[in-house]
Design a protein around this ligand. Structure first.
Ligand SMILES: Cc1ncc(C[n+]2csc(CCOP(=O)(O)OP(=O)(O)O)c2C)c(N)n1
Length: 324
């Protein structure tokens, strides 16, 4: 499907919403943790991995999917969850550990789970690969429509789960896409230090599947490449390693000062670039862009307020809704 102006305005809106969500969570994260970084304190205790810079990946890939398709994401799931249309107020409540959260506040930000839109995420890297392949196989056996897409980072592409899953996807020609988000860093380890080849998509031939590397962090380019991979999967042509050159504009987790990133490796923010491009092409004006930004921010602020006002789970429910 070719891109319409409406779709591109939608990409911009999705990206702005995701960015404002992350920025709001980052601001809240520091409450109670300063002046000394008190990791366990505040309304958002523990780790927080934000998606700033990767928004085009969520917007572009999810636009190429249908409601029947299934998604697994990783420890940095916000941009994908927002683009997929996960119940947003409940997602905010989940991050704050509140009772109306998607998992009653017991999953936290790395474990966003919304079966209504076929979305799950896990903090164990590459862990989403095998369940996604299983979902693809289930759809085939049940003769139901739908493909599976696993979102991971380039660091996770060195995990055993990546290779074992792709082997079986290749053998069974499963309708599966792994979206490898190449932001260059796995915590503080650069891709060059951890991976002997420059592009994980080149590994595709080893598994008998297609591989594509997208050099630009632009939602339009990402959408087109994702649509090609989706078409192959739906046509029974098997899996794709879709590696996307994206960015991580914030630390690996909040509190990471990123001292290991040399100035020449500083990454570019894709949002102002996309905004300027759409304005230059007449898809947006200054006014319509500002209106989209205001609307997205109002939606985030309302959901944040809902989450802040919501109650915590009752202590007697500690053992409900959990498997152990
Ligand atoms: C199996 C496993 N090993 C180690 C970790 C700790 N860990 C969390 S994120 C991460 C790096 C992930 O890098 P990458 O896959 O490139 O994703 P990015 O953080 O860059 O988005 C590591 C090692 C983990 N969560 N799971």
């Amino acid at each position: 499907m070719s891109l319409t102006p409406d779709m591109r305005r939608g990409f911009y809106r999705t990206m702005v919403k995701s960015r404002h969500f992350d920025d709001s969570m980052i601001a809240l994260y520091w409450v109670g943790k300063t002046p000394i970084f008190a990791f366990g304190k505040g309304p958002l205790p523990g780790e927080l991995h934000c998606s700033n810079g990767a928004e085009p990946v969520g917007a572009g890939v999810c636009a190429a999917l249908s409601a029947d398709d299934m998604i697994t994401a990783d420890h940095r799931p916000h941009h994908v969850a927002v683009a997929r249309g996960v119940d947003f107020p409940r997602m905010c409540a989940e991050l704050l550990g509140k009772e109306p959260g998607l998992s009653h506040g017991k999953g936290g930000h790395m474990h966003i789970y919304d079966p209504k839109v076929n979305f799950a995420s896990s903090g164990i890297i590459a862990e989403g690969m095998a369940p996604a392949a299983g979902m693809a196989l289930a759809r085939r056996l049940q003769k139901k429509p739908g493909i599976a897409v696993a979102f991971i980072g380039e660091g996770a592409a060195n995990q055993g789960a990546f290779h074992e899953t792709l082997n079986i996807v290749g053998v069974m020609k499963l309708p599966f896409i792994v979206v490898v988000q190449d932001n260059e860093w796995g915590v503080s380890t650069s891709k060059a230090e951890s991976t002997a080849i420059a592009r994980n998509s080149d590994r595709a031939s080893a598994y008998g599947m297609a591989g594509e590397y997208v050099e630009s962090n632009d939602a339009d380019d990402i959408y087109h490449a994702a649509a090609r991979a989706v078409a192959r999967a739906r046509a029974g042509e098997g899996g794709t390693i879709l590696e996307l050159k994206t960015a991580r504009l914030v630390g690996h987790f909040m509190g990471d000062q990123q001292g290991y990133i040399p100035p020449e490796k500083a990454q570019v923010d894709p949002l102002p670039l996309y905004r300027a491009k759409l304005i230059a092409e007449g898809v947006l004006t200054e006014d319509s862009a500002a209106a989209i930004e205001a609307e997205a921010k109002a939606e985030v602020d309302a959901a944040m307020q809902f989450a802040k006002d919501a109650p915590y789970p009752a202590p007697q429910d500690a053992y409900n809704h959990v498997f152990a």
